[in-house]
Design a protein around this ligand. Structure first.
Ligand code: SF4
Ligand code: SF4
Length: 430
């Protein structure tokens, strides 16, 4: 720890809210895997509070238990006393500064702080995939020599073209414009998952929205805040507050649950009226489509699918019914529930890189629950979950192809709209 516990001290009232009832133990993923008090919310809160009060020192043991927290917010959602884990963990991690190993901190700052660098990296990896270099490195054992075998499981098919926000405007090809919305294109959603973001634009325009990608926007900063890079996170928050003028839009749309949660708490970090307005107008794309009344897709997606609740949609934003309603509106899609749909899959930002023990245990538990449904597809609304489910289901299948297809919810909606041919948008300014 290089600073004091200044930010954690500010959380003292929050920490004191805990009445030690233990209700949260039933939903905490790390407690459910370990059944240890120190790996549950109540234990973590007690340790943080004792740290602030000076009854405990910051030992490596304490640090380990705190950093094992996924910041999944399941405890926050169920807590009858109003305790909130996310601000406490962000404050603690900011105070200790080295919450994540230095290569992770460097990667977050170097690539997500400058999306030009991220685009070059993703393009390089995509070209490597197309030239079979990634597969060759895997087969020859080079990835083992480099210690990257585990990480290759997470690698999806990468695109070579990205969405670079420059103030583009997309309008419905037919029918009136009902809403004017701004789209957060983000970091991985504009690069690794650029195709999903294009699908998001098509679905929004099909629902009567004019979609704008404000120039100057960037990464939401959530990964930095969770990883202890508080100052970098704050810079990214302030950058987006400058880029989005909430007065110009009916809503700010986000297609990644983790990023949406971050934007909805921007007022806490930036503290300006504009940040507060931005936070108020932010909507997850599933939440927004449900609110405005989804235009029923005419095309069929004949599949049996199960839905994985992203923690930052279900627990942090309390959105569980809207995604299911949207899926049930898709002709041909049969939705089946898995066991523990809202138990964290173990992704949690960079957690699956920094904390492989709990992350893999949760990933395998999630894969078992998905396989037990016999669904052909698992659908989620968050990039971290997507990658973790992909890795878990690849491992379950013992190869590169996952045992069950993994899709984003907007992709499936888009497929349903595309199945009944129609022009859905025109780009009027790019
Ligand atoms: S549910 Fe809330 S009050 Fe009860 S132990 Fe957990 S954090 Fe404390
Ligand atoms: S945020 Fe999640 S992992 Fe952390 S203590 Fe709460 S329930 Fe457990």
């Amino acid at each position: 720890m290089t600073g004091g516990l200044n930010l954690l001290r500010e959380q003292y009232d929050n920490l004191s809210a805990c009445i030690r009832c233990g209700l949260c133990l039933s939903v905490c993923p790390t407690y459910q895997v370990s059944f240890k008090e120190e790996e549950g919310p109540r234990g973590r809160i007690a340790m943080l509070k004792a740290l602030v009060e000076g009854h405990l020192n910051l030992t490596s043991d304490l640090l380990e238990h705190e950093l094992n927290c996924l910041v999944c917010e399941a405890c926050t959602a169920i807590c009858p006393a109003g305790y909130r884990m996310e601000p406490a963990q962000i404050a603690f991690r900011a105070d200790i500064r080295d919450a994540a190993p230095w290569p992770v901190r460097f990667g977050l700052d170097y690539f997500l702080g400058n999306l030009g660098r991220l685009r070059r990296l993703v393009r390089l990896l995509a070209l490597g995939q197309r030239a079979w270099l990634v597969s060759l490195a895997s087969r020859t054992g080079l990835v083992d020599v480099l210690g990257l075998r585990r990480l290759t499981r997470f690698l999806p098919d990468l695109p070579t073209t990205f969405i670079v926000p420059r103030g583009q405007v997309w309008r419905p090809a037919a029918g009136p414009v009902r809403y004017r919305v701004a789209l957060l294109t983000g970091c991985v959603m504009s690069t690794v998952f650029a195709g999903v973001t294009r699908a998001t634009i098509r679905v929004l325009t099909a629902n009567g929205c004019e979609v704008v990608a404000p120039a100057g926007q960037g990464c939401c900063g959530a990964l930095h805040l969770h990883g202890g890079l508080f100052d970098s996170g704050l810079r990214l928050v302030e950058n987006n507050v400058r880029a989005f003028n909430p007065d110009e839009f009916d809503a700010i749309i986000v297609n990644s649950a983790g990023c949406g949660t971050a934007l909805k708490t921007y007022d806490h970090y930036a503290g300006s009226p504009r940040a507060a307005a931005l936070a108020r107008k932010t909507r997850d794309v599933t939440e927004f489509l449900d609110e405005i009344g989804l235009k029923p897709p005419a095309g069929e997606v004949p599949v049996t699918a199960t839905y994985q609740d992203a923690c930052h949609l279900a627990h942090a934003q309390r959105i569980t019914a809207a995604p299911r309603r949207l899926l049930r509106a898709i002709p041909g899609l049969r939705l089946v529930e898995m066991a523990e749909p809202a138990l964290c899959c173990g992704s949690a930002g960079v957690y699956n890189v920094t904390r492989p023990g709990f992350a893999d245990a949760l990933m395998r538990r999630k894969a078992r629950n998905i396989l037990a449904t016999r669904a052909e597809m698992v659908i989620t609304a968050n990039p971290g979950c997507y990658l973790q489910l992909l890795a878990g289901l690849r491992e379950a299948a013992g190869g590169d192809r996952p045992a069950v297809e993994v899709r984003f919810l907007v992709e499936v909606l888009d497929q349903a709209y595309q199945a009944a041919p129609q022009a859905v948008f025109v780009e009027v300014r790019g």
